[in-house]
Each structure stands twice: as structure tokens, then as C-alpha cells.
Ligand binder design. Structure first.
Ligand SMILES: [Zn+2]
Length: 420
């Protein structure tokens, strides 16, 4: 069936005939979801690694993995989707989220995030989602889990999971106690540890410039994580807390708003990533956004130019920058990975590098770059398809027409019916 849906819809037809066509289109769509082999033809391919796109490419997917990338015509039993010159990119890898339930996970996926790095969520919802994805449930993204943040006052819910830690209700201070909290996370099977090295920006009565843990505590957290084979990422806005976290050996600084050149140089030396989550700060300024509070709006307006300047400065210094939303993907969510990629491009990254920041670079930061984050033979078939060339105008990346997760179509609003 070569006809596109749009051409079908344009046919003069009675209502019944239209209904028949709709049913046919839905049936074909469902077949795509069940096929073990999928061939994408006439794709303009941005693979997440190369510096130039591959025009008019054919990508063959078998059993959820990319089998080949080339120019040959489709053959065999494969379901074929003709992308007609649309742009094929790796699925977005959102390096910092707080997705707490399956509804939010599905919204994340349908916005293009085929992999997410959780950075603090209650009751190990992240581990549950990760396991569902690994068991083949295709409407949730793959997850890199962190469990609860390590912080001086854990979330109340922490004590429901770990009543044996009731003595920490008064606060988690000292190397023994922070080590205990890291061990609790490791015992549940997290992939990484998230520590709060400064206070939060998203609460009216905290000051994100203020440092939290001391050097010994930070070193103990990283050491205990390493013993369990885990790495540590640090939430840090203020420079003092960020620098201390970098010295302690963390793998990535989340936010980093007030980073000095000295700290950036140290990050460069140690290969520490920067995840600036700028659109989270943009959102703070928005009265309609996730942070509905006048104090936070005032703070957001003060932080935003500083955060944007940081991205350009860090990029020029050669820091590895990754893209993330820092969102819960709540129902009225007004920021997605596309927004952060557009933001990074506006703050100084070339469009191709902004795309890499949200695909191959963030996959590397999350430790999943050997299987996703770029489009290569053998990798998971995680794709985002957009209509127009994002290298020409990065804003085109926001018009996500199709999402493919492990070889299955998770979103299709392309009006291009696949042919069996
Ligand atoms: Zn966060």
C-alpha cells in the first residue's frame, strides 16, 4: 500500500468509505507495532555521532535493533515506512527527570524521550519502569534509576521504604550515615546515586547557592557508590558546593548555574559532565509553569541570564554538555527535550552539537551509549522523526512526528501510512 493517508483523505468519498479507510489505516498502524522487521526508507539521517547527515538513507530494524544503515531499497518481509525526506534522529536521552508514574513515562516517550535518567523519585518507581521496559513493555522509555536523592533530610517517603533508618529522620549527617543511605539505594538496584550538594532552586525558602554536605561526606558518598559499582551525580547550583562535589569525584554536575571558571577547568580536567537544565530555569519564570510561586518567578528571572551565559562559557571551554528537562512530565508539561536542545543551541552550541547533547552525549553520561543514543548497526532502534531539517533551523526539532522505541512505533502523526 503506497498511498499516503493524506492522499487517501483527499479522495472524494462517502462517509462509509472514509470509515473503511480509517479502519484500514489503523489496522496497518497496529501491524507496524507488531512487526519484527521494520524498514525506514528515504530518511535524512542524523545519527548522533557524525558531523554531517546521511541523505536518503535506508535503515533496517530487526527485533528491535538496527540491522543496517545504507542506501539499498527495501526488500523481504519487512514493514516499510517511507519517510519521504523527513529527518530521522536518535531517540532523545533525557539525562535528568523526575518521572513518578507510568502515565508520565508514556508522556515522556511520546515527546521523544526513549531513555530517561531519573534523578530522584519516591518508592523506586524508576526501577519498576526500567524493568517493565526491559521486559518488552514498549510504551515506556528505558530508565537509568537513582532512587531517592541523598540529602540531609530525605523525602518522608524514604522512611516508608526504610523504616530501619528511623534514626535518620532527624537528619543525615556524618560519613557513616551518608554511606548507609547509599547502601540502601544500591540494595534496591539503582544505576546511579544522586546527591544534593547545594540547596534547591525550586523551593521558595531555600537558597540554591548554599552548600550542603562537607568534603568528607561527599567523598564518602562517592566512595560508597563506587564500591557498589555505581557513579554519582550532584545537584549543585552554587560554585562552592559544585567544586566540592567535583573534587569528591562526581560524574556530572546537575544545573551548575553559578559555576566559576576555576570549577569548569577542574571539570574539564576530570572529564565531569555538565547538565545545565536551562529550560527548568525558564519554567521557573513562567507563572503558568510547574513552579507556581512569585518568589520562584523572581528567582528564575535572576538565574536565567546567568544559566544561559554559563552554557556558552562551558561550551567554549570544552566541557561535555548534556541535555535534560528536569521535569516530571506532568500532564500540563510545558517543556520537553526538544525545548532544551533548542535552548542549548540558542546559548552557544552549534545545532549538531545541541542534538548530540540530547542523544549520544547524554547516553554516554548515563552509561547507555553502547546500545542507544546514536543510530548505528547493532544499537536499539530508538528514533525520533521530525519533518524539517533541524540543522537549518533547530526549532524544527520540536515538531516530533514519530517516535520509535525498541523498534516499535510509539507515536505516529506523520500521515504516512506504512505499507506491509
Ligand atoms: Zn531535578
Amino acid at each position: 500500500m503506497k498511498t499516503t493517508l493524506s492522499r487517501l483523505v483527499a479522495l472524494p468519498a462517502c462517509g462509509l468509505f472514509m470509515l473503511f479507510l480509517l479502519a484500514l489505516a489503523l489496522q496497518v498502524d497496529a501491524q507496524t507495532g507488531g512487526s519484527d522487521s521494520l524498514t525506514l526508507v528515504h530518511a535524512n539521517l542524523i545519527d548522533g555521532i557524525s558531523n554531517a547527515p546521511l541523505m536518503d538513507a535506508t535503515v533496517v530494524v530487526v527485533n528491535g535493533h538496527i540491522q543496517s544503515i545504507g542506501h539499498e531499497a527495501a526488500s523481504g518481509q519487512s514493514t516499510v515506512i517511507d519517510l519521504k525526506g523527513h529527518w530521522l534522529l536518535p531517540g532523545f536521552v533525557d539525562a535528568h527527570v523526575h518521572v513518578a508514574d507510568l502515565a508520565a513515562a508514556r508522556r515522556a516517550l511520546r515527546s521523544g524521550a526513549t531513555t530517561v535518567g531519573e534523578a530522584g523519585v519516591n518508592h523506586f518507581a524508576d526501577i519498576g519502569m526500567r524493568e517493565l521496559n526491559h521486559k518488552g513493555v514498549v510504551d515506556v522509555p528505558d530508565v537509568v534509576a537513582a532512587g531517592y536523592h541523598i540529602r540531609t533530610h530525605p523525602a518522608d517517603d524514604y522512611f516508608l521504604d526504610f523504616p530501619q533508618d528511623a534514626d535518620l529522620l532527624g537528619g543525615v549527617r556524618g560519613t557513616d550515615n551518608v554511606r548507609r543511605m547509599v547502601r540502601e539505594m544500591a540494595s534496591r538496584g539503582v544505576n546511579r546515586i544522586k546527591v544534593m550538594a547545594t540547596e534547591r532552586a525550586g523551593l521558595p525558602d531555600t537558597d540554591p547557592r548554599i552548600r550542603i554536605f562537607n568534603d568528607d561526606e561527599l567523598a564518602a558518598i562517592v566512595d560508597e557508590a563506587n564500591k557498589a559499582g555505581l557513579w554519582t551525580v550532584a545537584h549543585a547550583h552554587g560554585d562552592e558546593g559544585a567544586a566540592a562535589a567535583v573534587r569528591a569525584g562526581v560524574h556530572c554536575i546537575e544545573h551548575g548555574t553559578y559555576l566559576s571558571d576555576d570549577t569548569l577547568r577542574l571539570m574539564k580536567e576530570k572529564g565531569v559532565y555538565l547538565d545545565p537544565t536551562v529550560t527548568a530555569t525558564v519554567d521557573m519564570t513562567d507563572p503558568e509553569g510547574e513552579y507556581d510561586d512569585p518568589v520562584l518567578q523572581m528567582r528564575g528571572r535572576a538565574m536565567l541570564p546567568i544559566a544561559r551565559e554559563l552554557v556558552g562559557r562551558a561550551w567554549k571551554m570544552g566541557i561535555k554538555i548534556v541535555a535534560a528537562t528536569d521535569t516530571t512530565y506532568f500532564a500540563k508539561n510545558n517543556r520537553t527535550m526538544a525545548d532544551e536542545i533548542i535552548e542549548l543551541a540558542g546559548d552557544g552550541l552549534p545545532p549538531m552539537d545541541a542534538i548530540k547533547a540530547g542523544t549520544s552525549a547524554s547516553a554516554e553520561e548515563l552509561g547507555v551509549d553502547k546500545r542507544t543514543g546514536s543510530i548505528r548497526a547493532g544499537y536499539e532502534a530508538d528514533f525520533v522523526i521530525v519533518g524539517r531539517n533541524p540543522l537549518e533551523d533547530i526549532r524544527h526539532i520540536a515538531d516530533v512526528l514519530m517516535v520509535v522505541n525498541n523498534g516499535r512505533v510509539a507515536l505516529n502523526r506523520m500521515n504516512v501510512a506504512p505499507r506491509p
